[in-house]
Design a protein around this ligand. Structure first.
Ligand code: CS2
Length: 398
């Protein structure tokens, strides 16, 4: 029996980590919301229980969330929990790591600077650094975000923060396993709420996958179906480059064609050909040990994307492109020069330019910079630079 302190209680965590942990039994979860109290407020009214609407399988009541702590009101309780729980996990999305284009902690980021100034943390990195100082027992910090080497990146950010803040942390009993997580989980719609009768219901697909590096400091739940492996890299490359790369391609190219959902974009004849090509090109970059899986994986992804009942909105995926594309497009492009990925990158650039021209900021933590770059000469180069991919300019501009 133990407790997981989970940062970031979006729909994804509620469909993935919480579902797995409920199935494992014996463990409970305390959530942390870093940015708003709305999830806490909604869940608190119903004893922190909610319906998980799993497509084709029916509704499950999830009942392992014990409490939700919210910043700024529960800061002290969050630090205390970091000091005491067995596992700390996170789905704070790519931007929640506050990394620069080189993958290092971005000290110029105002949220990081504020945490360093000691006003009481507001980022995952700050909470971990200030909480881990007081830690006397082993702990596992489990990143569940869509990044390459997510655990390693998180550890790097906390180490850099702790050094800058002159905090002495005993790293010997703290583990940061890398992991690959997968379950397509759209935002909740009014239809889902109406059908389930639960205002906090979460819709998700039947498929789910979780591969975690065998690097735990202490006990872990007996999560069913989770693969514990020595090296997560091949799995995360497969998922980020094929699934997420395809998603981002469909989002920008689909929105440009006036489409709204993934299942519509994947049926568009032009996009369908390109997205299959993108996944094949991405697959060609994967390590030989998983080459025998990629063709079945591609077919399964197409079935998942075609699923009309998920109603997965393209604009949800289009969010935070500056944070996502370095993992989703850039490696395949560098390694293969893939024409389909070139089209995806152009579609993102064109999305940024069109939104700016229409007087709108894109939904991205770098939105202001994106708008500024979009108004300059040679915006393509500026935008590629923003995601650390200026070396690809010639390919994109040809
Ligand atoms: C999507 C992911 O919104 C996005 O960027 O590509 O959330 C995707 O649905 C998940 O990674 C699937 O596991």
């Amino acid at each position: 029996m133990g407790t997981i302190l989970h940062f970031g209680l979006g729909n994804f965590a509620r469909a993935h980590l919480l579902d797995y942990t409920q199935q494992a039994g014996d463990w409970d979860v305390v959530g942390v919301s870093l940015r708003s109290s709305s999830v806490r407020d909604g869940l608190a009214k119903q004893g922190y229980r909610y319906d998980l609407c799993v497509q084709g399988q029916g509704v499950k009541r999830v009942d392992i969330l014990r409490n939700v702590l919210v910043v700024p009101e529960d800061r002290d309780a969050i630090i205390k929990a970091v000091e005491n729980v067995e596992i700390i996990s996170a789905t704070v999305t790519e931007k929640g790591y506050h990394l620069d284009a080189k993958g290092q902690l971005n000290f110029a980021d105002p949220a990081v600077a504020a945490d360093l100034a000691g006003q009481g943390p507001s980022t995952l990195i700050g909470f971990l650094a200030f909480g881990l100082v007081g830690r006397t027992s082993p702990v596992t910090v489990l990143s569940c975000d869509n990044q390459v080497g997510n655990g390693t990146a998180l550890k790097g950010a906390v180490v850099e923060f702790a050094a800058a803040a002159e905090l002495e942390i005993d790293w010997s009993a703290i583990r940061f396993p890398n992991s690959m997580v997968d379950r397509i989980t759209p935002a909740t719609t009014d239809t889902v709420r109406a059908i389930s009768g639960d205002p906090m219901a979460v819709p998700t697909e039947a498929f789910s996958e979780w591969v975690i590096e065998d690097d735990f400091a202490g006990p872990r739940p007996d999560w069913p179906g989770v693969q514990i492996v020595q090296d997560v890299a091949p799995y995360e490359m497969r998922k980020l480059r094929m699934l997420n790369g395809a998603h981002s391609f469909l989002a920008y190219a689909g929105l440009a064609r006036g489409l709204e959902y993934v299942h519509e974009a994947v049926q568009d004849p032009v996009l369908r050909t390109l997205v299959i090509q993108l996944m094949k090109d991405a697959a060609s970059t994967l390590p030989s040990q998983i080459q025998d899986q990629v063709s079945a994986y591609l077919d399964a992804l197409m079935r998942r994307f075609e699923n009309p009942e998920l109603a997965h909105r393209l604009d949800q995926i289009a969010m935070d492109g500056s944070q996502k594309l370095p993992y989703r497009f850039v490696p395949t492009l560098r390694e293969t020069g893939s024409n389909a990925v070139v089209e995806g990158m152009r579609a993102w650039i064109s999305y940024c330019l069109t939104e700016t021209a229409n007087g709108r900021l894109v939904n991205d933590p770098k939105a202001v910079e994106i708008a500024r770059i979009a108004k300059q000469s040679e915006p393509e180069i500026g935008l590629l630079k923003l995601i650390g991919a200026e070396d690809l300019a010639q390919l994109i501009q040809e």
